[in-house]
Design a protein around this ligand. Structure first.
Ligand SMILES: *Cc1c(COP(=O)(O)O)cnc(C)c1O
Length: 382
C-alpha cells in the first residue's frame, strides 16, 4: 500500500518571537534566588508551554541542570538536542509503557517518576535479565491528590529497592497543590508532611539522591522548600503562576505572537461583521483581517472582547473569532497597512494583549493561553 505522509505543516505568517536573552535572564534571576547548590530543572512539557520545545531546549541546554517533560515521547523528542542534560519524565512509569520503552528509558538514562508498586515491579520484570538501570524519583503524596504515592506504599517501595538491581533511587519529590495561592497554609502542611517523610526514612543529606518539591510558585514563595532542585516552568517563560504584586524575582515574558494584516476594507455604519452578527458597526469602520483564529489557539471567547496591537496602537477584535480569522477595527489607526504585523499576544505583563489579560477574558490561567498556541505557528528565536 502506498503511504502518504506530509511534513509537519508550519505557518511562516504566524510568528511567535522568542526572546532568548529574556529567557536566560529569567532563568538567571530564578537561579540567583535559590541557594547555589540547588539545581534548576526546566519544565519544557506541552511544547515548552507553547514556546516551541526544540527552540527552548536549544537555548537552555547549557544554562540549566535538567529538563522535565510530561511523557516518554517528549523525552525521546528532545534527547538528541538536550546536550546530555538529564531528562525527567513526569508521567510515572507504569505498565502501559512497552518493554522497549522501559529499555530505552534505561539506555538514555531518563529519570522516571515512580508512583506505584506496580511501576517498580514492571521495571524490575522488564529489565531483570539485563545490566540496565533506571534512575527513579519517588513521588510522595503529601496532599496534591494526583499521582503521588501514599506514604505506607512508599515505605514498601523503599524496602524493596535493595532487591531491585535494575533501578536506582535518584530522587524523592512531591508537588504542591496551592503554592500559587495567597493562603499558603495548605502548602506548608504539605511541606511538613514531606519533611517528616524525609526524616523518617533518613533521606535528607544523602548525596546520591535529589530532593525536590517546588514548581515556579513554590520556588518564588516557599524558599525553605528549594532543597536540591527546583522544577520551574511558567516562571522561566516570564510569568508568575498568577499576576503577583510584589514579586521577589523580576520576570519578563519571552514570547510575542504576531500575524500580518491580510485584508483591509471599509464597512459602512450599521452593518454586521462576522458569524452570528454579534457586532454591528456604529460608524463607518475600517476593518482589518488577520488569518489566525481559534484553530491556532486564539480563543473564540475573545470575540468582541480582546484587543491586539498595531505598533503601539490598541485595536479591538470585532465580531466572532473564527476558526482561522479575526476581524479588527483599525479605524483609528490610519497608517494600518496590508502585510503589517499585528501583535496578538504581547511580551509585557501590563499590555492589553498580554497573556494575563487574555487569561482573564477566557476565565483561565496564562498557562492555558500559552500552551494553546498551535505547533504550526513558526517560532523565531532572537
Ligand atoms: C509542570 C510541572 C512543574 C512546573 O510547573 P510551573 O508552575 O510551570 O513552574 C513542576 N513540577 C511538576 C510535577 C509539574 O508537573
Amino acid at each position: 500500500m502506498k503511504r502518504y505522509r506530509a511534513e509537519p505543516l508550519i505557518r511562516p505568517d504566524l510568528q511567535a518571537h522568542i526572546y532568548s536573552a529574556d529567557l536566560l535572564t529569567n532563568v538567571r534571576n530564578l537561579r540567583t534566588f535559590c541557594p547555589a547548590r540547588t539545581k534548576f530543572c526546566a519544565a519544557v512539557k506541552a511544547n515548552a508551554y507553547g514556546h516551541g520545545i526544540g527552540e527552548i531546549v536549544g537555548i537552555l541546554k547549557n544554562h540549566v541542570d535538567a529538563f522535565a517533560v510530561a511523557t516518554f515521547y517528549e523525552a525521546m523528542h528532545i534527547e538528541p538536542i538536550a546536550g546530555g542534560k538529564p531528562i525527567l519524565i513526569l508521567e510515572p512509569v507504569n505498565p502501559s509503557y512497552t518493554a522497549e520503552q522501559i529499555t530505552l528509558c534505561a539506555r538514555y538514562g531518563f529519570h522516571c517518576e515512580l508512583s506505584s508498586l506496580e511501576g517498580l515491579e514492571y521495571v524490575n520484570s522488564v529489565l531483570k535479565n539485563s545490566s540496565l538501570r533506571i534512575p527513579l524519583h519517588l513521588n510522595v503524596e503529601t496532599g496534591m491528590g494526583r499521582c503521588g504515592l501514599e506514604e505506607r506504599i512508599c515505605r514498601t517501595v523503599l524496602e524493596r529497592l535493595p532487591d531491585s538491581p535494575n533501578v536506582m533511587l535518584a530522587g524523592v519529590m512531591t508537588h504542591f497543590a496551592t503554592a500559587d495561592e495567597e493562603d499558603l497554609s495548605y502548602a506548608y502542611e504539605q511541606l511538613l508532611r514531606f519533611e517528616k517523610f524525609l526524616e523518617r526514612h533518613r533521606l535528607k543529606g544523602r548525596n546520591d539522591i535529589l530532593i525536590h518539591a517546588c514548581n515556579s510558585a513554590g520556588t518564588l514563595k516557599i524558599p525553605q522548600a528549594h532543597y536540591d532542585m527546583v522544577r520551574c516552568g511558567i516562571s522561566m517563560y516570564g510569568y508568575y503562576s498568577r499576576p503577583m504584586k510584589n514579586p521577589p524575582v523580576p520576570l519578563t515574558p519571552v514570547l510575542k505572537l504576531q500575524a500580518p494584516i491580510t485584508q483591509i476594507k471599509t464597512v459602512p455604519a450599521g452593518q454586521s461583521v462576522g458569524y452570528g452578527r454579534s457586532f454591528v458597526t456604529t460608524r463607518d469602520t475600517v476593518a482589518a483581517i488577520i488569518y489566525l483564529g481559534y484553530a491556532d489557539g486564539y480563543r473564540r471567547c475573545f470575540s468582541n472582547r480582546a484587543k491586539m496591537k498595531i505598533g503601539e496602537a490598541v485595536v479591538p477584535v470585532i465580531g466572532r473569532v473564527c476558526m482561522d480569522q479575526v476581524i479588527l477595527d483599525v479605524t483609528d489607526v490610519p497608517n494600518a497597512a496590508l502585510g503589517q504585523m499585528v501583535t496578538v499576544i504581547d511580551n509585557r505583563h501590563d499590555s492589553p494583549c498580554g497573556a494575563y489579560g487574555l487569561a482573564q477574558l477566557a476565565d483561565t490561567i496564562c498557562y492555558e493561553i500559552l500552551t494553546m498556541i498551535h505547533a504550526h505557528v513558526s517560532r523565531i528565536v532572537h
